[in-house]
Write a protein that binds this ligand. Structure first.
Ligand SMILES: Nc1ncnc2c1ncn2[C@@H]1O[C@H](COP(=O)(O)OP(=O)(O)OP(=O)(O)O)[C@@H](O)[C@H]1O
Length: 729
């Protein structure tokens, strides 16, 4: 079996946890086999142990499997052994990029069954440092004097914030620590989670959160002060820490306090988005995190402790050590040229991942929400397993290997930086980043659950071989039915190691049987062997089917959850759209109502106009009527005057009695044959005519030659003269 290493995704190491003292060695399911040849021994000295054997429990008839890893750490391996042998130091060197440039991202992750030692490996214990502390110690020590100083921090914070592509809120470590530690004044108040894109002064204390205790003494062992790496001498550095967890396929910030719902007063954590940014279109980032700028190892450890506490409390509601979520601890090593006019910030990041432990729902006896949670964890680990298996199949498969890492948040976060970034069309000049270097430390308990351990090993091993197929122990079966041999206890070896079928009688230790009996026994043995084979087959089938059913159930649960989410979002969308449309329709209705009102008003205005105009024409008619009345009055008056004049004429001398006839009556009767009666009637008509012509030809000053007043004022001489003329006629 060839163990092969991958340079693209992860180097996979297996770490066996020590067994409790007094545990029976016979129950060990994982063993490291001793080298059988000198060559094997030499190779082991050079590379260390690379294979592990998985022995099924004795009550099961399953094949013995052998798994290959980059290296297997036996139970006695300490934290420092793992730190050195897993190649953490070269990874830190890659992140520091001493020869200039941005460096290479690094990721160290642990994978294993619950209780197998993942957290112990990554975070250590009260007395021992884990890989995280050791790595950070080396990192900060190596940066040394090139670390940004306190005085420069204020100005650097702004530029760090500006260069961050993840819409994060940056805060300095002293302020963050003051806000989260129980001894900080005013730290008891809980402020809201900053919104995405929201920023506040990174020098002011950020919102307070759960109170944590300042650790009085941090573990000092193992000591890594002898490891001294070089950093880029021409650069100044800052370390930006962010922490988040993946729980039920959602990402939550561990450095932001949960916000309190305004209405229900519930404390809620807002899930974050994992999205592409303009600055790095082909690389995704977790958007909206809170990040803390640390300039010393101690600060980084304090921030780490705060995030871990949040993870414990938020994940389980208690300070339980069991990880119910996948924890991501990111240390972005920012660097820029160290000169009077510093250049832009670049750098790379080191991510430490403490994955949740896989657990068999049947064995863990979980129920309800915890079962769903366990289902989600198992589902995400199954997807991770698929990705890792793709890596192990690279050498054996002729098909192009596409890592299916987009199936869940966990694998997206773990693998999205594992491939070289292609410069996008929008940024053709953009820097081309190296794929991250990844180390996966698989932890296993040699005394742990066989099925769970077997599944994890199958997922993660670089290669696998079924080395010793277990043949049913036919002889043992037959011998078990045979009468015990006198004076000799049955050997335990017989139950563990297959032996070829020995026909009774070939050895003196068996009783001599007749040929018939032998033939029957041989047939029986063959039948038993066949049945045992069938049973083995069926058992394996059942195991596979059970595993598949559990996976399907977990998948179903997650799908149901997604459906609910989808339904909720569709409902939200529908409600929003309905409200928008309602608002539009209301606005339209209001505007048409206004228009209608305006039209009505206009209509009424026009009606009023018509009415007014109608009333105006009536007035004109009235004026005409008044004029007619005036004329009638005038005629009446003239008639009266006429009567008066007639009376006057009648009272005058007979020689002067026909003055009016002189003025026109003679014209109407040129023959002079008109009678006296006709003359009087004509006079009346003349008078009316005269009056009308007077009224028509009235001069502006009111003077008229034919005015009756003037007529009245005519002197006697005139009348006489006129009368004379009449007479002449
Ligand atoms: N290599 C080791 N040396 C000493 N003790 C260990 C080692 N590995 C694990 N342990 C102990 O085993 C216990 C369980 O380990 P740990 O909490 O690290 O498991 P885990 O895999 O992180 O579990 P979970 O998935 O539930 O978080 C702890 O008490 C730890 O101290």
């Amino acid at each position: 079996m060839e163990s092969r290493t991958s340079h693209n995704l992860f180097e996979v190491y297996l770490r066996l946890r020590p067994s409790p003292p007094g545990a029976p060695a016979s129950e060990r399911i994982l063993t490291v086999e001793a080298p059988e040849t000198k060559e094997e021994e030499a190779q082991r000295e050079a590379t260390g142990v690379t294979h592990i054997t998985l022995n099924p429990p004795t009550d099961r008839r399953r094949a013995i499997e052998k798994f290959a890893f980059t290296r297997v750490f036996e139970p006695d391996a300490g934290q420092l052994d793992v730190f050195h042998s897993a190649g953490v130091v070269p990874m830190v060197e890659g992140v520091l990029a001493r020869d200039g440039g941005d460096g290479t991202d690094a990721m160290i992750a642990t994978l294993g069954v619950t209780g197998s030692g993942k957290t112990h490996t990554m975070l250590g214990s009260k007395t021992q440092r884990g890989l995280t502390q050791l790595t950070l110690d080396v990192l900060f020590r190596s940066i040394g004097l090139n670390m940004l100083e306190g005085l420069d921090l204020a100005s650097a914070a702004d530029s760090l914030q500006a260069s961050d592509p993840s819409e994060a809120t940056l805060i300095t470590a002293p302020n963050f620590i003051d806000a989260v530690c129980g001894d900080a004044p005013g730290s008891r108040s809980r402020a809201a989670t900053p919104m995405i894109g929201e920023s506040h002064n990174h020098l002011s204390p950020g919102p307070a959160r759960r109170n944590i205790q300042r650790p009085s003494a941090l573990p000092q062992t193992p000591d890594v002060s002898n490891i001294d790496l070089c950093c880029d001498a021409s650069a100044e550095y800052a370390v930006v820490v962010s922490m988040y967890e993946v729980h039920n396929d959602r990402i939550y910030d561990l450095l932001s306090p949960p916000s309190r719902n305004a209405t229900s007063k519930d404390i809620r954590r807002r899930p974050l988005l994992f999205k592409s940014t303009e600055m790095s279109p082909d690389r995704k980032v977790v958007a909206g995190l809170r990040k803390v700028i640390c300039t010393s190892f101690r600060e980084a450890i304090m921030v780490l402790e705060a995030g871990l506490q949040e993870r414990r409390v938020a994940g389980t509601g208690s300070n339980s050590t069991s990880s119910r979520s996948h924890g991501f601890f990111c240390f972005e090593v920012k660097k820029r040229t160290h000169s009077r006019r510093p250049g832009p910030w670049g750098g790379s990041k080191l991510t430490i991942v403490d994955l949740a432990g896989s657990e068999r729902a049947r064995d863990a006896k979980t129920a309800g929400a915890t079962l769903v949670e366990a289902g989600k964890i198992n589902e995400s680990l199954m997807y991770l397993g698929q990705c890792l298996q793709t890596q192990s199949e690279v050498g054996t498969s002729s098909k192009p290997n596409i890592v299916p890492y987009r199936q869940c948040k966990l694998t997206e976060l773990l693998f999205s930086n594992s491939f070289p970034s292609s410069s996008s069309s929008s940024q053709p000049q953009g820097p081309r980043r190296n794929p991250q270097r990844g180390v996966m430390i698989v932890t296993a308990d040699p005394l742990g659950d066989f099925n769970a351990t077997s599944q994890i090993l199958r997922y993660s091993a670089l290669a696998r071989e079924v080395t010793v197929p277990r043949i049913p122990s036919i002889t043992a079966t037959i011998l078990a039915n045979a009468p015990p041999m006198a004076g000799r206890p049955p050997s335990p070896v017989q139950t563990h190691h297959p032996r070829p079928f020995m026909p009774p009688g070939s050895s003196g230790s068996y009783r001599v049987a007749s040929s018939d009996e032998r033939a029957t026994m041989e047939l029986a043995a063959l039948e038993i062997a066949r049945l045992s084979d069938d049973i083995d087959h069926l058992r394996e089938e059942v195991d596979i089917q059970t595993e598949a059913r559990m996976t399907a159930e977990a998948h179903l649960m997650s799908m149901e959850d997604r459906m609910l989410d989808l339904e909720a979002s569709i409902r939200d969308d529908c409600a929003t759209e309905f409200e928008e449309r309602l608002a539009i329709e209301l606005a339209r209705f209001k505007s048409s109502l206004l228009l209608e009102q305006e039209r009505n008003d206009e209509h009424w205005d026009r009606k009023v106009d018509v009415l007014e105009r109608g009333l105006g024409s009536d007035e004109a008619d009235d004026k005409e009527n008044v004029l007619v009345e005036n004329l009638e009055e005038e005629v009446e008056r003239l008639r009266r005057e006429n009567v008066i004049l007639k009376r006057e004429l009648a009272s005058r001398s007979p020689s002067k009695r026909r003055p009016l006839e002189e003025r026109g009556d003679c014209a109407s009767s040129p023959q002079g044959s008109s009678t006296k009666g006709e003359g009087v009637a004509q006079l009346g008509r003349k008078m009316e005519k005269m009056h009308l012509s007077n009224s028509n030809s009235r001069t502006p000053n009111g003077a008229s030659s034919g005015s009756p007043k003037k007529l009245r004022r005519l002197g006697n001489r005139k009348w006489e003269h006129e009368e004379d003329a009449d007479l002449e006629c």
